[in-house]
Ligand binder design. Structure first.
Ligand code: CP
Length: 324
């Protein structure tokens, strides 16, 4: 693997999941793989899970992680070619990124979308500028449109649950991605990415449900069943993935905060005793109810814990490729 910014960088999803689960069983089995290698983690936006799990993963591989909070500690970066930098930006990406490429062996970036300029966000301009100018493998820690480490984690978590449930082993599990209410405009990244990975994986009956106006880009949903009827979608579901996202069509807008879309135990009763997933952070009793989050069907803590093994599998693949 040369980089990790989408599912397109993965040749075999099941092999990567298997690798992650081997690391879960024996976290330091490849402690020498990253010896004398350094990984830079650049945050242009906040994070809890991604920041910490990727550091733990790197350390399990013997790498030295260095975190740089660009948003709080760094010079304000300019990403526009030919910019006359007489405004608020202080350093151009084409000056900064090659230096980072010399300091580190792998560069990881978190950069959220503006939710103001759809064309620019969906061009993934920022992460592509880092790739262009750093000259070393780049890993997305969530970019403008996708969150691939989260999606890999989600598939690992689904696979683990299937392995623990005999009734799910001999069927195609039904996985439902349901929109949930939120008070703020939230990126489409997690939903896009989950959909992209589920359709690429192809081992589930995958359904997306959301209110009208919340259609995701068809670039990521091709192959999914899509309905505005949440009740119909939830029927017989084995996994329910809950997530808010802002409108893609009416870009970045909150079109609905309808509390009826929040998952409750009453709604869960229509499922096949479905396990419930969410990437976190979650707005309790807005996006997802206490009764679900604190209930027996919630996978959210396990899911967040699995972030380490997803990151470790990806970093391992990149290190192996670099050592060839
Ligand atoms: N799920 C996730 O990416 O969490 P953080 O934003 O805390 O990293």
């Amino acid at each position: 693997m040369k980089q990790f910014i989408s599912v397109k960088d993965v040749t075999d999803i099941n092999a990567l999941v298997k690798k992650a689960l081997l690391y879960k069983a024996d976290p330091v089995k490849d402690i020498l793989l990253g010896k004398n290698k350094r990984i830079g983690l650049l945050f242009l936006n906040p994070s809890l899970r991604t920041r910490l799990s990727t550091q733990v993963a790197a350390q399990n591989l013997g790498m030295e992680p260095i975190v740089y909070n660009v948003d709080k500690e760094g010079w304000s970066l300019e990403f526009n070619e030919g910019a006359v930098m007489n405004g608020t930006t202080v350093e151009h990406i084409k000056d900064a990124a090659p230096i980072l490429g010399n300091y580190f062996d792998i560069l990881c970036i978190r950069t959220f979308p503006s939710l103001q300029n759809k064309e620019q966000d969906y061009s993934e301009k920022i992460i592509h500028q880092f790739i262009k100018y750093a000259g070393i493998p780049v890993v997305s820690l969530e970019s403008a449109t996708l969150h691939p480490l989260q999606s890999l984690t989600d598939i690992i978590t689904i696979q683990e649950s299937i392995a623990l449930n005999a009734a799910l082993k001999n069927k195609k599990p039904k996985v439902v991605l349901t929109w949930a209410p939120h008070i703020k405009p939230i990126p489409q990244c997690v939903a896009n990415s989950f959909s992209e990975w589920m359709t690429a994986w192809g081992e589930t009956d995958f359904v997306i449900t959301h209110p009208e106006g919340y259609e995701l880009s068809t670039e990521y949903t091709n192959g999914a069943s899509i309905t505005h009827d949440q009740s119909a979608a939830l029927k017989d579901a084995d996994f329910v993935y809950v997530k808010n996202w802002s409108s893609y069509g009416d870009y970045g807008k909150v079109l609905s905060t309808d509390a009826n879309w929040m998952l409750t135990n009453d709604k869960l009763a229509a499922t096949n005793n479905a396990k419930v997933m969410h990437c976190l952070p979650v707005r309790r009793n807005v996006e997802l109810s206490d009764e679900i989050l604190d209930g027996a069907n919630s996978l959210v803590t396990k899911e967040a814990s699995n972030r380490v093994w997803a990151a470790q599998a990806v970093l391992s693949e990149i290190l192996v490729n670099a050592n060839k």
